[in-house]
Design a protein around this ligand. Sequence first.
Ligand code: 26V
Length: 801
Amino acid sequence: MFSNTKEFKIAYLKKLEMTFGTSFDESTKREQFQTLGAMIREYVSSEWIRTNEQYRTVGGKQVYYLSIEFLLGRLLRHNLMNLGIESVVTEGLQELGIDLGDLEEIEADAALGNGGLGRLAACFLDSLASMNLPGHGCGIRYKHGLFEQKIVDGYQVELPEQWLRHGHVWEVRKTDDSVEVPFWGKVESYQENGKLVFRHLHAETVTAIPYDLPVIGYNTSTVNTLRLWSAEPSRFPANIDILKYKKETESISELLYPDDTHDEGKILRLKQQYLLVAASLQSIVRSYKKQNRSLIHLHEHVGIHINDTHPAIAVPELMRILMDEEGLGWQEAWSITVNTLSYTNHTTLSEALEKWPVRIFQPLLPRIFMIIEEINERFCQELWEKFPGDWGRIERMALIAHGEVRMAPLAIVGSHSVNGVARLHTEILMEREMNDYYQVFPDRFNNKTNGITHRRWLLKANPNLANLITDSIGPEWINDTTQFEKLLHFKKDSVFLERLGDIKKANKEKLAKIIYEKAGVSVDTSSIFDVQVKRLHAYKRQLLNVLHIMYLYNRMKSDSSFQPYPRTFIFGAKASPGYYFAKKVIKLINTVADKVNHDSHVNDKMKVVFLENYRVSLAEDIFPAADISEQISTASKEASGTGNMKFMMNGALTLGTLDGANVEINELVGEENIFLFGLRAQEVLNFQKNGGYNSREYYHYDQRIREVTEQLVNGFFPDTDGEFTAIYDSLLDHNDQYFVLRDFASYVAIQEKVNMAYQDQSMWLEKSLINIAKSGFFSSDRTINEYANQIWNIKPFKVNN
Ligand code: 26V
């Protein structure tokens, strides 16, 4: 299509005129962006077609990653980079007077996810394609992604997100591949040729329309597919209120995680999950059958991955297809199902473990419910034989109990592999949370420590650091992240370290500009950039971070000899719209920021910044600029964390608890190159099991704690009457479930160590270098290789062109 700048320019101008019927001089930035996007998509289409064709005819086993979230972010520069045409395009545009950076800003983030789980899915897609692995994503094309956050008067305000307003240039609508998905109705059974058959009658059907996105591998011909489903009305059934039906149908793919505090919201969420599963499985089976293969061998050619429990209905749905549509018997269908499916758990928090009331589940998905009942019956029978008389165990382990369908147990029983996402997390699953199941299926459980794509989070987000690495150790690290370790040769190389310091400084200046533009705060780029960016949740303890800032403020006000090294505390976080406590913490951060930033006694030494609307594209500017990575969850609560890995890869030092993947970070970099504090996971779990923690004691014995907690409620912050009572109560009346006060002293002490350490710049840069050098382990290429070899049994397949 084009192989040099000149050809690119000609093709680009022609495309722009043809698409928009306008001359280049008259065109808007948006038209210029859309033109470029459309061109790139066309550019990959022949490779996309070839990949699909060869997968169908000569390729081996393929895997499908079912996920209710894909947090893709922007795709323009990522795609250009992976295609290897970034410089041709940049130059061509430049010659036309266009800055690629400006066009990039036009693209809306595809924010079809909340946080870590969705971003992990996006990183995995990049690794699959870049390593020539036949792996595709299946998700939902939400009309509105995660809400846009505004901070008004210190409060979070949620605006509907509108990423599709101008269309999504990367997608292709595939009407001909649409499938029907039935809800409600009744199931009838009757005998046919001596066999019991089932029919789903009077169902309300919706049409699932797929929109395909190309997933372009780095420097390879592989183009995999992310298929996102959208719900539309089917042939309008007779005698119904058409408008109501249309609205109800379209609402299925309207919103990410609709509010599910009421039954109506619960029904909608369950509909979303079934839409994803039923549409994806039909489409997978359809394309499998095109290969003229019998479904008896499905698991030899197809793997289906259940990302958290949201797609766990894949277990009964695959059983339904194999039995009701393909006529297989139970035993045969069950063995194919278990061998095809695998499941990842992403959290042990009980409020996030899905359970559906039978009264909702059964009428909405009547045939699926029947199959779960049968799976449950047979499973409980097996348990009874294994543990005769142990009623308690059977009740704990049943898939349906106390009027609820339990999704995690369904996924465990119906999959051949169950994995956690970091070593500690997997241990906690096996030894505690899922120990009952581990005893029955010890071989199913395994660990796959998370990873991140170094192509987006280093090569793209931090080009200067990427260049320094390439200059120093050659470019092989891009395809093989074990090469990162070669950087260790430069530990004592002052020229290298100085360049590393300069790059960090430049990245901080870039972020400082953004901070000034977005938040109106000017920050000192020689201060320590101390960053906590992640979803807002009590267990992640943004509160501990703010209380420490309040303590520093108090001490600086009362003791003029106390002169800590200058710091900029940076926060970014969205709170779930119905999560009262989390929203109060956002208000508190902004209230403290206001106080600190306007107090001339302290504001040359410290600033507090809350960056609104934290999202993938903003994250790409934040990670490269951080000095300190705050990973301070209550030990045992964070399954893995992946932001911790992004910071590390960009040379920030971790300040954290021994939780999630911080455990592996610590092991890799060694205790001198990380700042650890706080309770260990085992201690937290013991307190939770046996009691013995009394937060009031810490309040009484630690004057610093007394002062900061009292300031939440004593008018210290003007016009905040009653504002922070819930926070105060959580700490003192509800015994501080997340051990904030218990870990406070240890947190203050480690922060003092950070102050000392930062003042020896060459030492600091050496630590930073060691972190980068050891971060290769956290490439999602490593993670995906483990999934491919140990769970999915898929092999790289080089597409021929
Ligand atoms: C989500 C929510 C949303 C509403 C408020 C309550 C609540 C509680 C927990 C969750 C977690 C959902 C699952 C999830 O996103 N887990 C994250 O998965 C990441 C990728 O494996 C992992 O790095 C994070 O530690 C884990 O929290």
